[in-house]
Ligand binder design. Structure first.
Ligand code: PMP
Ligand code: GLN
Length: 363
C-alpha cells in the first residue's frame, strides 16, 4: 500500500510509521557516539549499558528485576526478536496458537520453522480473545501461545481478566508464551499496559519482545530487544549469534543515555492519544464507522455505509481515487476473512491527518 500511495501521491495512513521527526537530542547522541569512536561491533547480546538501562526501566514500569547479563538481548528490531524466539523453541510439528487478525510476520515465521499455526479469530468487532476457544484448541502438541498487546492492527489491549484466563490456560502445561509488546507505551484512556513482565509466574515461561522504532519514532533504525528467562535467553542467543550476531553500535550507545530520561517514554501515550482523539473528531465528518482503539497507533473502521466492495478493492480504490492509503484488515488474516474493515495509522502530523480526513469526507 505504501508503494501504491507513492504512485498516486496519496496521504499514507497505511503502513505504521510516523511522518514527524524523531528527537533531535537522540539523533545528536548517535552522532556523538560515532564521533567518540563507537563504530565497531557491539557485544553479541548488546551494549551492556543499554541492557542495564532497559533493566532499570523494566523495574520502574513493571516492578520486576530482570538480569541484563542473562535475560536481555538487543536485536535488530522487534520482528527479528519474534522470529528468533520462534526459531529458538519450535520443532517441526509443534502447534502455536496465534490470533487473527495479527501482525503479518507471525504465521510465516511459524510455518518456516516447520510448526503448525493454530489460528483463532479475535471476536469481531471488539477483537477480544475467546478464551473458551483457546482452551478447546490446546492439544499435547501446543508449544506456544502468541500474544500482542497493544494490538496491531486493531488497537485492542489485554485486560487483567485476559491475564487471569491466560494463567488458567497454561497452568500445569509447558506452554511457552511469546508476548509482542512493541506498543507497550502507547495506551490510552488511563488503561494500564498488561506486560507479561508484571507477572513472574507467566514471565518465567515467556519471551517478551520490544522495539525502539515504535517508542522513539525511528522505525528505520530496526532496533529492539527480547526479554526472557536465563535458559530461554541462552538458546535465543545461539540463534542470534549465527544470524545477525550483533546490532548497530552507535544507536545502542545513544539509547543507553536517552532511555534514562523517563519522559522519553512516559509521554508517548498522551502524545498519541491526542492524535487518536483529533483523528476521531475529524472522522465524524465521514461515513466511516470508527471502531475502538485503546492502544498502538492504529484504529480500524467499518465502511459498510459506503460500499460493499471487498476491503482490498476498497482500499485500493480510495488510494487511487481519493488519495488516502489505508490497509485492508483481511491482509492480517491467512484465510482472507473480510469484515469490511480498514486500518488507519494515526501516528502522523496533524496536518497529515486533517488532509486525509478532508479527502475521506468525499468518499
Ligand atoms: N510487532 C508488531 C505488532 C508490529 O506492528 C511491529 C512493527 N512493524 C513489530 C512487531 C516490529 O517492529 P520492528 O521490527 O520494526 O522493530
Ligand atoms: N508494523 C507496521 C505495520 O503493520 C509496519 C511494518 C511493516 O510494514 N511490515 O504497518
Amino acid at each position: 500500500m505504501s508503494a501504491l500511495a507513492t504512485e498516486h501521491n496519496a496521504v499514507n495512513l497505511g503502513q505504521g510509521f510516523p511522518d514527524f521527526p524523531m528527537s533531535a537530542e537522540l539523533t545528536g547522541l548517535v552522532t556523538e557516539a560515532m564521533q567518540n569512536g563507537f563504530n565497531q561491533y557491539a557485544p553479541m547480546p548488546g551494549y551492556m549499558p543499554l541492557r542495564e538501562a532497559i533493566a532499570e526501566k523494566i523495574e520502574f514500569l513493571y516492578n520486576t528485576k530482570v538480569n541484563p547479563g542473562t535475560q536481555i538481548t538487543i536485536t535488530p528490531g522487534g520482528t527479528y526478536a519474534i522470529y528468533t524466539a520462534l526459531t529458538t523453541v519450535l520443532q517441526p510439528g509443534d502447534e502455536v496458537i496465534v490470533f487473527e487478525p495479527g501482525y503479518d510476520s507471525y504465521i510465516p515465521n511459524i510455518v518456516v520453522n516447520g510448526a503448525i499455526p493454530v489460528r483463532i479469530d479475535l471476536q469481531f468487532p471488539g477483537y477480544k480473545i475467546n478464551w473458551a476457544e483457546v482452551r478447546q484448541r490446546i492439544t499435547p502438541k501446543t508449544k506456544m501461545i502468541m500474544l500482542n498487546s497493544p494490538h496491531n492492527p486493531t488497537g485492542a489491549v489485554l485486560g487483567e481478566d485476559d491475564i487471569q484466563q491466560l494463567r488458567e490456560v497454561v497452568q500445569g502445561t509447558n506452554i511457552i508464551i511469546l508476548s509482542d509488546e512493541v506498543y507497550e507505551h502507547i495506551v490510552f484512556d488511563n488503561v494500564k499496559h498488561q506486560s507479561i513482565l508484571r507477572y513472574p509466574d507467566l514471565a518465567k515461561r515467556s519471551f517478551v519482545c520490544f522495539s525502539f522504532g515504535k517508542t522513539y519514532h525511528c522505525t528505520g533504525w530496526k532496533l529492539g530487544y527480547a526479554v526472557a528467562p536465563d535458559a530461554f535467553t541462552r538458546e535465543f542467543r545461539k540463534v542470534h549469534q549465527f544470524n545477525c550476531f550483533s546490532c548497530h553500535t552507535p544507536s545502542q550507545v545513544a539509547l543507553a543515555t536517552f532511555l534514562r530520561n523517563k519522559d522519553s517514554y512516559l509521554t508517548l501515550g498522551s502524545f498519541l492519544q491526542q492524535k487518536r482523539d483529533y483523528f476521531l473528531q475529524l472522522m465524524t465528518n465521514t461515513r466511516f464507522s470508527m471502531l475502538d482503539s485503546k492502544g498502538s497507533y492504529f484504529i480500524c473502521a467499518q465502511y459498510d455505509r459506503i460500499s460493499d466492495e471487498s476491503d482490498k478493492d476498497f482500499a485500493i480504490r480510495i488510494t487511487k481515487e481519493f488519495g488516502v492509503a489505508v490497509i485492508p484488515v483481511s491482509a492480517f488474516y491467512q484465510n482472507g476473512t473480510d469484515n469490511k474493515v480498514v486500518r488507519f495509522c494515526f501516528g502522523k502530523k496533524e496536518e497529515t491527518l486533517a488532509l486525509a480526513a478532508e479527502r475521506l469526507s468525499q468518499v
